[in-house]
Design a protein around this ligand. Structure first.
Ligand code: CAO
Length: 570
């Protein structure tokens, strides 16, 4: 037998880490590389693997403890067969996982020697081992063990559940007959049990009275020596154990005195510490599945979570769209060919990119769309007066040039629309430039070239640039920088048709103006209806960044700028 102290390995630069989970209990047999403790820094969490097969004899930390490299985590009793022969071999065997430090200690040091009584008062608490058996099953022949509620090494109180059993009619918890430590388990989950079957061995403290009484059924009484206390310590006031019931030195068998360090937890301890009542196996499974145990509902007694609860939770997540935390239920696949002839064509790259951008924006941005009609009767009249000059210059001016100018002026006075939210959602970035994207319908799909410094340019120059960029877009000649840097987008479907639409914000911009086909409408003016050329506008905006009031004012200004373009000179 060799005792080894498993210490905190190299933490990769972290000064201190928190023990967030102890995956083993005193008395547990652990295998090489089995996760024994999980630690977490502010950047990552790390499973500390067991360096060798053995039995956990003591745990030196508690969940929530802060530890640093080299701090002892637990004591391992390594049997001859599972022993690692040298410290270097141990280090090698775990080096790939982590640089655990193992301190080999001679077993003799830990084994109580024959001289112990000379060094300290010969005081030893007495313990009795009691077998816990399946009680009267109230008529049922057999029950199934559905949950092991304790592990070897667990300290439990009288009345705490040991196992949960279920017949076809009911489930019942087998309570512990006394307070003590589980030293052995004879059953496994899924076993079929009958009345009288042995379930566990419980080591209980024996009082003076019990020692003079005849031993109860199923109880063998043993006594174990305790580790001598330092000379300065007060001798225990426990009753001395008579030599007739003192067992031979059982070396490193965990005794109540050396396990009662607060690391062996009862169910109540565990509930208090984490507010989640679950055993190491359930916690381990939850870690594997990435499930937050505090969200899982217990179906068991006293709120203890079982593996089944975890499975049910995951099943529910997978099957219920409502509980998917933002994930979107999938549209079912349909074989359209069953209804008639079909042709399947691959989507172009541009189409796929557009689809992805639209989807992202639609999902991320709380959209609001506001509508208005701009009276562009005077604008159109003015535009008609430019026909000859347009022909002379070879430049076509459409309502879109005026729209760009009207929007640029409104962006200068309504900075809420000339902005973007920072990606962390903590701040708003206001742009001191006015670059406007223009949606262009091309045979390959939608493209959005950007007109720069629209606020500084005149209608002729803008009209020329609009034509140039639209042509480039239609012929796939746009350079990447000609599609970047937009503050706001104008999407004009006026040349195509429609009375209105709700455009999707081109994130990270916060607004987009949709323009539909102008129509002559009767407008009530000065006591009578008069025919006016009305341009339908629809403004979509990101309601995280822009309020309805801002949007109303912004839209009103655009409409006013279009109704009287002289305003653009102001
Ligand atoms: N109402 C009525 N007529 C309009 C109009 C409006 N709102 N806007 C433009 N027109 C007219 C123009 O005056 C032009 O008429 P003429 O040929 O008689 O002069 C005609 O419609 C066609 O204009 P155009 O489309 O060639 O040029 P434009 O400046 O109006 O638009 C551009 C340029 C690039 C915006 C446009 O070609 C385009 O691609 N629009 C589609 C945008 C789009 O797809 N948006 C949806 C995005 S979301 O899917």
């Amino acid at each position: 037998m060799t005792n080894q102290t498993v210490k905190v390995p190299d933490l990769g630069g972290a000064a201190e880490v928190e023990v967030i989970e102890i995956s083993v209990a005193v008395g547990d047999e652990v295998s090489v590389d089995e996760s024994i403790i999980v630690v977490e820094s502010d950047k990552a969490s790390m499973d500390i693997p067991c360096p060798a097969a053995g039995k956990v004899t003591a745990i030196s930390v508690a969940e929530g403890s802060m530890v640093k490299e080299g701090d002892p985590l637990l004591e391992l009793e390594i049997s001859a067969s599972g022993a690692v022969t040298s410290a270097s071999e141990v280090a090698q065997s775990v080096a790939s996982e982590s640089a655990l430090v193992i301190a080999n200690e001679a077993s003799a040091q830990d084994e109580p020697s024959a001289t112990v009584p000379d060094q300290a008062p010969s005081i030893a608490p007495a313990t009795a081992t009691e077998s816990v058996v399946v009680p009267d099953l109230g008529g049922a022949d057999k029950v199934e063990l559905i949950e092991l509620m304790v592990a070897v090494g667990d300290r439990i109180n009288e009345g705490d559940g040991i196992v949960l059993m279920e017949s076809d009619k009911a489930s019942m918890e087998l309570p512990s007959p006394a307070s003590g430590v589980i030293t052995a388990l004879h059953v496994n989950e899924g076993d079929s049990l009958a009345e009288g079957d042995k379930v566990a061995e419980l080591e209980v403290m024996v009082t003076d009275a019990q020692m003079v009484m005849p031993a109860v059924d199923h109880t063998e009484v043993t006594a174990e020596p305790i580790t001598p206390e330092p000379a300065s310590s007060k001798p225990s006031t426990s009753a001395p154990v008579s030599s007739s019931i003192a067992s031979p030195a059982t070396s490193n068998t965990a005794t109540p005195s050396n396990v009662d360090t607060g690391h062996r937890q009862t169910g109540d301890d565990r509930r208090r510490k984490t507010d989640v009542y679950a055993g190491p196996a359930v916690r381990k499974l939850a870690r594997k599945l990435g499930v937050d145990l505090s969200r899982v509902k217990s179906s068991g007694p006293r709120g203890r979570l079982a593996k089944e609860d975890l499975h049910n939770y995951v099943k529910q997540l997978v099957s219920s769209p409502d509980s998917m935390g933002g994930a979107i239920p999938k549209v079912p696949e349909v074989d359209f060919s069953q209804f008639g002839e079909i042709v399947t064509e691959p989507m172009s790259k541009l189409h796929k990119i557009t689809a992805a951008n639209m989807h992202r924006s639609w999902l991320n941005v709380p959209h609001v769309t506001q509508f208005d009609d701009a009276d562009i009767t005077e604008l159109e009249a003015f535009r008609q007066t430019l026909k000859d000059e347009m022909a002379e210059r070879g430049i076509k001016i459409t309502p879109v040039s005026f729209l760009m100018k009207a929007v640029a002026a409104a962006l200068e006075t309504h900075r809420a629309f000339n902005a973007s939210l920072s990606s962390d959602g903590e701040s708003i970035i206001y742009k001191q430039y006015v670059h406007i994207g223009m949606a262009v319908d091309t045979p390959a799909g939608l493209m959005v070239p950007v007109l720069r410094d629209v606020n500084k340019k005149g209608i002729w120059q803008l009209s020329e640039e609009i034509r140039e960029l639209a042509d480039k877009a239609k012929h796939r000649k746009l350079k990447p920088n000609e599609m970047q840097g937009g503050c706001f987008t104008v999407s004009s479907l006026g040349g195509i048709g429609g009375t209105g639409f709700t455009p999707i914000v081109n994130t990270p911009e916060v607004g987009i103006l949709g323009v539909s086909k102008l129509a002559v409408k009767p407008v009530f003016q000065n006591g009578e209806f008069v025919p006016r050329k009305m341009l339908p506008l629809s403004l979509s905006y990101d309601h995280r960044a822009v309020n309805g009031g801002d949007a109303g004012r912004f839209m009103t200004e655009i409409a006013a700028n279009l109704a009287d373009v002289r305003r653009l000179l102001l």
